[in-house]
Design a protein around this ligand. Structure first.
Ligand SMILES: Nc1ncnc2c1ncn2[C@@H]1O[C@H](COP(=O)(O)OP(=O)(O)OP(=O)(O)O)[C@@H](O)[C@H]1O
Length: 344
């Protein structure tokens, strides 16, 4: 990834004030999911919207892009309320990628991406030379030039997702909003799509908002997080600030699942686990910790914890184990370490 270029001035492209989101069914009373949401999307930033199932992420996204009515408040783009824009004007400002698998299988990738040009073409949607150029560039930007002539129905989930992102790019909008673009993808594809969006935000100075359940990836890659949960106020901030302040874990931890600030990952917590201190750093120490946690030990920062395992870079694959400061044994593999610990 290239070094990030910061925008000269911090520009807000989309802003919501006092936003109320939820559902109203006919004349019956509306179900308000969240009220008084105040949000900002900034130029050149990738913002990730995170929250547990049912938090209201999709509802927020659908409301922000106008697919669902606001129950209160306003959404502004470039300082102007969205209701002040015509549909055509709006389509030149915001492109939206939803996860629903639509009936687009019968067209080629190039035709699909070409559909992104609709705000820029005339009534019949005929693409001119410039439009074709933009389409080819968008296809190349997401790295699927070799798939341009393929039918969408022939694509894998990850390839289809990239084609949908290319369609959004072809729309040439300063804002792109995506609902769970990494759902259904394998881990390398998730990383690829997130890095692609991060780079696009920076290189093309777009504001990109996406919702995701990939917490650890969002922590690593997002410029900003929006955390949403039922009956709580939305929290927005830079990932590292939210981790260090304890806000991040407060949204996701539940009984038996703890967020480990040191590694930035979630782990199963067993309250009756024996505590173990791992002395040593680096990849090997991390994997030893992983094996011990999986086998019911709780990692401890206290060197006087009941168990201590020494991992030394000098002797890879050798683990000295102490219990209450008395040496118990030396193991010569992680498998052996687990076996001897269980037998002790
Ligand atoms: N059409 C609807 N009418 C009424 N309530 C709805 C409707 N769609 C969703 N809800 C409710 O709104 C709440 C938020 O749903 P939403 O899909 O926005 O959550 P989410 O955070 O995107 O969840 P997930 O992570 O599971 O996709 C849920 O309790 C859901 O049952």
């Amino acid at each position: 990834m290239s070094a990030r270029k910061q925008p000269q001035t911090e520009q807000v492209t989309l802003k919501a004030t006092g936003l109320g989101i939820g559902y109203s069914a006919g004349r019956s009373q509306a179900t308000l999911l969240h009220e008084n949401l105040n949000l900002e999307l900034k130029t050149g930033e990738l913002t990730c919207l995170l929250g547990p199932n049912g938090a209201g992420k999709s509802t927020l996204i659908r409301t922000l892009v106008g697919f669902q009515p606001r129950l209160a408040g306003d959404v502004y783009i470039g300082g102007k309320p969205i209701k002040g824009y015509s549909q055509g004007e709006y389509a030149k400002l915001v492109s939206v990628v939803l996860t629903e698998r639509s009936s687009i299988g019968g067209m080629t990738v190039r035709e699909l991406v070409g559909m992104g040009r609709y705000p820029h073409t005339g009534y019949f949607g005929i693409l001119r030379t410039k439009d074709h150029r933009v389409v080819e560039r968008a296809i190349a930007q997401v790295g699927i030039a070799d798939l341009a002539g393929k039918y969408v129905s022939e694509l894998s989930d990850g390839e289809r997702q990239k084609a949908m992102i290319a369609k959004a790019l072809a729309q040439e909008t300063p804002i792109i909003i995506l609902d769970e673009p990494t759902a259904f993808l394998d881990l390398p594809s998730k990383i690829e799509v997130m890095v692609l969006l991060l780079n696009l935000a920076e290189q093309t100075q777009k504001s990109i908002l996406l919702s995701t359940h990939d917490l650890e990836l969002a922590l690593q890659l997002a410029d900003r997080l929006w955390l949403l949960a039922k009956d709580r106020e939305l929290v927005s901030g830079v990932p590292e600030d939210l981790v260090l302040s304890g806000e991040f874990n407060s949204f996701f931890e539940r009984e038996g699942i703890l967020f480990d600030k040191e590694t930035g990952s979630f782990r199963v917590h067993n309250p009756i686990a024996k505590s173990v201190h791992i002395s040593g750093v680096g990849v090997e120490a991390q994997w030893v910790a992983n094996a011990l946690v999986r086998n019911g030990f709780a990692p401890s920062a206290d060197p006087d914890a009941e168990y201590r395992v020494e991992v030394s870079e000098e002797y890879p694959g050798e683990y000295l184990v102490y219990r209450n400061s008395v040496k118990m044994f030396t193991a010569n593999s992680i498998e052996n370490l687990l076996k001897l610990l269980k037998a002790s």
